[in-house]
Design a protein around this ligand. Sequence first.
Ligand SMILES: C[S@@+](CC[C@H](N)C(=O)[O-])C[C@H]1O[C@@H](n2cnc3c(N)ncnc32)[C@H](O)[C@@H]1O
Length: 244
Amino acid sequence: MSYDAFHQTYPGWLSPGGGLVWHARAFRWRNRWKPFIGQLEQWLSGWQPPSTNLLLLGPSAGWCLPTSFLLGFKNIHAVDFDPLAPLIFQALHGRALRQAKVRLTWQSANIFVDLEKLLQAHPTHVVLFANLLGQHRLYCTDLYQAEAQLVQLSARLKGRHWASFHDLVSRQWPHAWHLPQPLRAGQMCQAQQLLKKWQLGGVWLDHLTSAVLPNKVARQYLVWPINAGRAHVIEAGWVSPEDI
Ligand SMILES: C[S@@+](CC[C@H](N)C(=O)[O-])C[C@H]1O[C@@H](n2cnc3c(N)ncnc32)[C@H](O)[C@@H]1O
């Protein structure tokens, strides 16, 4: 089954990387996520792109997105194929955005299919991939194709300021285990090297995102305890046109 066939079979509110199951999980574990969201907020506060227009890709309801970050923009165009996302996003961030007069618009689209159209329609917007790229493998039956599509993204974004935080690897993680502190790397760091630095062993799932960011771009690595039994290593980095 191809990516598109998969997408047609499963509506956005039932998709494997978002939808109802994701919202229920986010609601249940929102307190456990707070330290991770604090670390993400710190990283996002360092991204100072030269525009107050943001193309926000795959934000879901913004469960992990700090409102303080969203308030740094005047116009936000959010794109997600989960029809539940705008409603819950509104409940979580709407009031603060309205008070600050931030203009928020929504579009349902598949960002892998429609990226060029989205960029053309929003020529002055900077782009944030809000933790969707690491789930691309869940929507594809051909993992080589999935990885190739992820690798091609930076070329498709040529000339744009953009940033992404995404799953790099994940594994079972008992609730009682200590969570390592964030790590910064001046350039690409192989997952194996990173796990060695953190002294983490075990069997990890590769989310196929290791080549999303250009090699020479600095990045931050965070550990996100997604539920009581699993943790994801998140890679976060921002890219300027001259980095490509
Ligand atoms: C893990 S959630 C993002 C979480 C979000 N950062 C938050 O704070 O709640 C991933 C989201 O990306 C969306 N998504 C995944 N692949 C997509 C695609 N190709 N095009 C558009 N949306 C996509 C899903 O519907 C889901 O809402």
